[in-house]
Design a protein around this ligand. Structure first.
Ligand SMILES: C[S@@+](CC[C@H](N)C(=O)[O-])C[C@H]1O[C@@H](n2cnc3c(N)ncnc32)[C@H](O)[C@@H]1O
Length: 223
């Protein structure tokens, strides 16, 4: 799905994840061979750790309405729903990611709690839906050209907790990651610590825990 105002960066990212949806979701699957498991643990182990930390920091879930921005194949939303959240809204502009999310929600018996939407954030969320008790965005700011307005909008929509991951600009896997993305023509945005602190301040997110998580910074904010 495309929007009239879609930027070049957004189009490239959307195309990338539409083409990559199945492979991306496979990171979360446990039934893979030794080589596949080694590659996922080494390169993408952070994905599973992020999921665990999000769940840990959002407990207790009962009665909560949660927004997951750039939800991909919905793995975070499914976990929140299974932990007892009342309602989970997951948004992603890659339709094939949302197709997988809807399938998994049916398979795992939580389709009634999950509302997966194809579209760009923030346009896909109506202000009248706020407040959410929590909003999360993991592996998402890697692809966002202008993070301040996005974080500000998440903050406006949330009354409770915000959890966001940002990939480190200085980390030993960065050069290879940059080359991989450059070869695919997919934009990638990385963050230095001082730069990220300025971004959070500009988005008016001031009360937060800063977690160094493998190749990411994970921010758990009270808003
Ligand atoms: C690396 S995936 C992460 C998916 C999920 N959060 C996870 O960690 O499993 C990033 C997702 O963000 C989505 N995305 C990037 N920019 C977006 C935007 N402006 N609006 C909606 N989705 C976006 C992409 O389509 C992609 O599915």
């Amino acid at each position: 799905m495309s929007t009239q105002t879609e930027t070049d960066v957004e189009r490239k990212v959307r195309d990338h994840f539409d083409a990559d949806a199945e492979r991306f979701d496979a990171i979360y699957k446990t039934d893979k061979g030794f080589v596949g498991k080694f590659i996922d643990d080494y390169w993408r182990g952070v994905v599973q750790k992020r999921l665990e930390l999000n769940v840990e920091n959002l407990k207790p879930f009962a009665g909560k309405k949660i927004l997951d921005v750039g939800c991909g194949s919905g793995r975070f939303c499914l976990a929140y729903a299974k932990e007892g959240a009342e309602k989970v809204v997951g948004v992603d502009f890659a339709k094939l990611m949302i197709d997988i999310a809807n399938e998994l929600a049916k398979e795992q018996g939580v389709a009634d709690k999950c509302d997966f939407r194809v579209g760009a954030f923030p346009e896909i969320i109506d202000d009248a839906e706020a407040p959410f008790d929590a909003s999360t965005a993991n592996g998402f700011f890697d692809y966002i050209e202008k993070p301040v307005p996005i974080i500000s909008k998440m903050r406006e929509l949330t009354k409770g907790t915000m959890i966001m991951s940002f990939p480190k600009a200085i980390e030993f896997r960065v050069p290879l990651r940059r080359v991989r993305f450059w070869m695919k023509g997919t934009p990638l945005f990385l963050y230095k610590e001082n730069q990220l602190r300025d971004i959070l301040r500009d988005a008016n997110v001031t009360d937060y825990e800063w977690i160094n998580l493998d190749r990411d910074y994970l921010i758990v904010a009270n808003v």
